[in-house]
Ligand binder design. Structure first.
Ligand code: AMP
Ligand code: MG
Length: 360
């Protein structure tokens, strides 16, 4: 039998032509939202913007649709998904119990970049929670995300819309680059606001535990519900495997280049960077600078922002840009690990495979 290359690709990867819909993030056009929702109602995948990063959506109540997420992203099946809802009322069907402290967090932070892990109800397919008896739920603030979920009439399971292991997408172009012709539709709603994924907090413990830091900080949460703990993997300086949240163990956000984080006082950091540049055999080196006045010779100087807020917004886009520019070695100074800085450093450490140099 005769196979063309395209037909072979079709058979192996479920080739489909991805439809791209440009939708106004401030006032989503109802006709276009209906078009996107129709794919989801047919168990197809649609990538859409949220305020954090782009999500890859599927009907959260359809095991068939959920399996497509894992396949399109090449995501290991033991890495659980977050369910996105459009209305607080949708939460009560998905979980067994909403404790009073969770109610307080809902009132303060929803809609917004906070995901809560709660005991799951029987309607949540086990594929979503990777076999755990808990489920992660979030009510996003982004108008496109909420209109889309509302139009579907069911909640959407939506991990970040990147190929597993790559930096999360903060623009529709990143999604298209990773998932073109593997999913039915991409909604282009412009760049995302926060740039990092949501804070994830486990509310099933007596003292809640932050499993992933994000825009909503530990301090902000503690002012609402009192003491919460940070999971040991959050601020760790080396790789730790965790049974509680299996998703934590995978390599994340990785650019093709080697990435090194330099930690220390500014003078010592500068000295180390110059020394690494001088002795490295890498052909293309980039330094991600956080101070516009700083300049390093013989490398690409890429300004990534001066505040944790700006760096959060730019980080994943810059890491992808490094791949495009065929950079082989990336150097970046560490940030103070407080507030949003903790979330930025958490992503950076994973992207660097915990390659951290202490400058003295
Ligand atoms: P992603 O949506 O790809 O940015 O990642 C979602 C992350 O949420 C996972 O990697 C887990 O760390 C976390 N998560 C989702 N569901 C659960 C759960 N039931 N228990 C603990 N962590 C979860
Ligand atoms: Mg992800």
């Amino acid at each position: 039998m005769y196979f063309t290359a395209a037909r072979f690709y079709f058979l192996i990867f479920d080739y489909m032509k991805t439809v791209i819909l440009r939708i106004n993030p401030k006032a989503p056009e109802p006709r276009l939202i209906r078009q996107a929702a129709a794919y989801l109602q047919q168990d197809e995948l649609v990538a859409f913007p949220t305020e954090t990063v782009y999500g890859l959506g599927a009907n959260a109540l359809s095991p068939k649709a959920i399996r497509k997420i894992f396949k399109a992203k090449r995501r290991p099946s033991d890495n659980p998904l977050i369910i996105h809802i459009a209305d607080t009322k949708q939460l009560y069907a998905l979980v067994k119990l909403v404790p009073p402290s969770a109610e307080k967090l809902i009132r303060k932070f929803w809609p917004g970049p906070l995901t809560m892990v709660l005991k799951k109800s029987d309607i949540v397919p086990s594929e979503i929670s990777a076999g755990l008896n808990t489920v992660a739920v979030r009510l996003p603030r982004h108008q496109i995300a909420r209109s889309l979920i509302r139009e579907c009439g069911f909640p959407l399971a939506a991990p970040s819309a990147n190929s597993s292991g790559k930096p999360s997408p903060t623009d529709a172009a990143h999604v298209v680059y990773d998932l073109k012709n593997r999913i039915a539709c991409v909604i282009d709603g412009g760049p995302t606001l926060v740039g990092l994924e949501s804070t994830v907090i486990d509310m099933t413990r007596k003292v809640p535990v932050i499993l992933r830091p994000g825009k909503v900080s530990q301090q902000e949460i503690e002012t609402v519900i009192g003491k919460v703990n940070l999971h040991s993997v959050v601020s760790a300086n080396k790789k730790i495997n965790s049974a509680k949240s299996p998703g934590m163990k995978y390599r994340h956000y990785a650019p093709k280049a080697e990435l090194k984080i330099i930690h220390g006082n500014p003078k010592a950091v500068e000295k180390i960077i110059r020394s690494i540049v001088q002795h490295s055999s890498a052909k293309n080196i980039a330094v991600l600078v956080t101070d516009r006045a700083r300049f390093f010779a013989n490398v690409s100087n890429v300004y990534i922002g001066s505040s944790a807020h700006q760096i959060a917004k730019n980080l994943f886009r810059v890491l992808r840009h490094m791949d495009d520019k065929k950079i082989e070695l990336i150097l970046i100074e560490s940030l103070p690990e407080d507030g949003l800085g903790l979330a930025v450093m958490n992503r950076l450490k994973k992207a660097a495979g915990f390659n951290i140099i202490n400058a003295r």
